[in-house]
Design a protein around this ligand. Structure first.
Ligand code: KIV
Length: 276
């Protein structure tokens, strides 16, 4: 057992103290890490979205620990001073908290500073254990892509009073368990606001409105280059409501990312049309 990396702690404290909105972006390789860091991105997320945007799958359910371990080192090489979070893939953390910790440790050894895992109530003890063992955790609530089949597809979560209350309770429990961030995906903006105001932990939104402590976007959505499953026609693909192509307003990838960062900081992104 060791304690959470002091650099991570000081970066979190800086985000909290400044109150500045946090701009997070997914990243999977050194070149984009370098460009994203130069553009001012606060946090790089090695998301298991790589199963879709890099591997061409129609969800994240086939992503393995081996896949996830490959990428953080490259991202860390390109952005040595940027906070890096790596996703724990499906099957790597649900069975028991010790296995979860061991797999989290492999992602840290691969170059990440923090891990992210999906799920609420049933995962609280696991998050508490990983944090106690010295690894910072981001808890992913709301729409959790690894449960896409159980959730009946890509659907907004927390629309009813009961489900909104459950997400709020999960966020409070994750905060009390020591989560460094609570990431909220595809929940009503009003619920994300209530959660952000109710917990000490910083929130990161994707399709969760403007009031979270920060935002995350998938790099390929920011660049407008993702066109869906590899073996299907691009015309079959409809980008999610929360996605925005920042590259169409400039001819530079670095400027597009800088514009995203700026839009998050000055609270012009997400707009109402990107929220639920
Ligand atoms: O895997 C991923 O990129 C994510 C983001 C969509 C938040 O979890």
């Amino acid at each position: 057992m060791h304690s959470i990396n002091t650099q991570v702690i000081s970066k979190l404290a800086k985000f909290k103290d400044s109150g500045e909105k946090i701009a997070m972006l997914t990243c999977y390789d050194a070149t984009f890490a370098k460009i994203s860091a130069a553009a001012g991105t606060d946090i790089l997320l090695v998301g298991d979205s790589l199963g879709m945007v890099l591997q061409g799958g129609d969800n994240t359910l086939h992503v393995t620990m081996q896949d996830m371990i490959y990428h953080p080192r490259s991202v860390a090489a390109g952005a040595p001073d940027t906070l890096i979070i790596a996703d724990m893939p499906i099957g790597s953390y649900e069975a028991d908290k010790n296995t979860a910790y061991q797999n989290a440790q492999l992602l840290i050894e691969a170059g990440a500073h923090m891990v992210k895992l999906e799920g609420g109530g049933e995962m609280v003890n696991t998050v508490h254990h990983i944090v106690n063992m010295g690894i910072a955790v981001c808890a992913h609530l709301g729409f959790t892509p690894q449960s896409v089949n159980q959730l009946g597809g890509y659907k907004i979560q927390g629309k009813t009073d009961i489900s909104a209350k459950k997400i709020l309770q999960d966020a409070i429990a994750m905060s009390e368990a020591g989560a460094a961030f609570v990431l909220l995906e595809m929940v009503p903006a009003s619920l994300a606001k209530q959660i952000t105001e109710s917990i000490n932990t910083l929130t990161i939104g994707i399709g969760a409105g403007i009031d979270c402590s920060g935002q995350v976007l998938v790099l390929h959505d920011l660049l407008g280059i993702y066109t869906g499953v590899a073996n299907k026609a691009p015309s079959d693909y409809k980008a999610p409501r929360f996605a925005k192509n920042f590259l169409c307003e400039t001819n530079s990838i670095q400027q597009a990312i800088a514009n995203y960062v700026q839009a998050v900081k000055n609270k012009t992104f997400p707009a109402i049309k990107h929220s639920y």
